[in-house]
Design a protein around this ligand. Structure first.
Ligand code: 13P
Ligand code: SF4
Length: 308
């Protein structure tokens, strides 16, 4: 039997759905029931009624889904698929910042471990960070772990005082100004669309800076026919599906998140078959890690409704 048929049959038998991030392999995005960026996936995971969620993504994504749905079975196709940035902050520094600054909010990018979330006040994703930080009553913001997203948000919310942390995404950090300059010379008509996890030198060259879904939306709505895309190259799948006739150029050193690419159809089939790699719901302290996620979803929902 074709592996896709096997997966679809197992999904029905086990009452399972597959959620996939835009950075996973194209064949995994194609078989998924829900494909999106981190915000879309966390919001969707919270609303699903199926018993089993298979999370085609890295560990912080599955962990967030489990925190929001402790009663559901969350299966990870590969438990070793992790995000390096998710570990680039620590509880000791958070405590020190709380002692140093009075009116402080610890804002935690969702790309972080549950342990970091447990010590934070609110989560954000790249799609909602600016709006959520603007809404916070606090003057001082300690933004963890990503210094690049923090810098982007700080520029948009100048009324707040930001304390920066040294974390970064190795995939986005790798992009070099010279390679984007070369692409711009070759394709002068192409707008440059950049993820805010990129360093300042790349964001400064952008026609648009936004989350993965923001980049996809911008390309879809634009009348341009070609684009320079500065984010992980897995987004090519959705960009091309949306507009088969548009052309997308990526930096020559194509940005690839190796952890996202660990997820394969075979591993999805295997966890569906065996039930292995199910995330455990922790007692007590886990609910503390859930709070900043729930606060993010509540603030985002309020903003979508236009409620002040
Ligand atoms: P978004 O899904 O928020 O665009 O984040 C990108 C990312 O690095 C996910 O790991
Ligand atoms: Fe983490 Fe970067 Fe990979 Fe996203 S692309 S999962 S931030 S390492």
């Amino acid at each position: 039997m074709d592996i896709r048929d096997e997966i679809n049959q197992l999904k029905k038998e086990k009452d399972a759905v597959i959620l996939a991030h835009y950075y996973v392999r194209p064949e995994v995005q194609e078989i998924a029931d829900y494909t999106g960026d981190s915000f879309y996936l966390s919001r969707t995971a919270e609303k699903l009624t199926s018993k089993v969620l298979v999370f085609a993504g890295v560990s912080f994504m599955g962990e967030s889904a489990k925190l929001l749905n402790p009663e559901k079975v969350v299966l990870m196709p590969d438990l070793s698929a992790d995000c390096a940035m998710a570990h680039m902050a620590d509880a000791g520094t958070i405590r020190k910042m709380r002692d140093t600054y009075e009116d402080l909010a610890v804002v935690c990018y969702i790309n972080s471990t549950a342990e970091l979330k447990r010590h934070s006040d609110v989560c954000v994703t790249s799609a909602n960070a600016v709006k959520i930080v603007r809404e916070l009553p606090n003057k001082n913001i300690f933004f963890i772990p990503d210094r690049n997203l923090a810098r982007f948000v700080a520029a948009k919310v100048p009324e707040k005082h930001f304390v920066f942390n040294a974390g970064y995404c190795p995939v986005h950090e790798e992009m070099k100004r010279e390679e984007i300059e070369r692409l711009k010379l070759r394709h002068p008509e192409a707008p440059v669309l950049v993820h805010p996890e990129c360093p300042a030198a790349i964001c400064d060259m952008a026609d648009y800076v936004g989350s993965t879904s923001g980049i996809i939306r911008y390309a879809g709505e634009s009348s341009a026919r070609e684009f320079i895309i500065c984010t992980e190259s897995g987004v090519r799948c959705e960009l091309q599906k949306q507009d088969p006739d548009k052309v997308f150029y990526f930096p020559d050193t194509e940005p690839v998140c190796k952890d996202m690419k660990l997820i394969t159809l075979e591993k999805i089939r295997d966890v569906l078959r065996t039930g292995e790699n199910a995330l455990q719901a922790e007692e007590g302290s886990a609910s503390r890690a859930r709070e900043p996620l729930e606060r993010m979803l509540a603030l985002a929902a309020k903003q979508e409704k236009g409620v002040e």
